[in-house]
Design a protein. Structure first.
Length: 51
């Protein structure tokens, strides 16, 4: 494994970590994340997507 491969792996792991933290934060606030009906769902229900 070269230095370039290591850098790419670290960058991908950082991006996945940032996305996971964002999704978790939004879910704690009761918002839907990643659902195609997120806006409608959040407007109709204040408790999340119901999944």
């Amino acid at each position: 494994m070269t230095l370039a491969d290591s850098i790419i792996i670290v960058l991908v792991l950082v991006l996945v970590g940032v996305a996971a933290v964002y999704i978790r934060k939004e879910k704690k606030q009761g918002k839907c994340v990643g659902c195609p009906y997120a806006r409608e769902c959040a407007a109709k229900k204040k408790g999340g997507c119901g999944r």
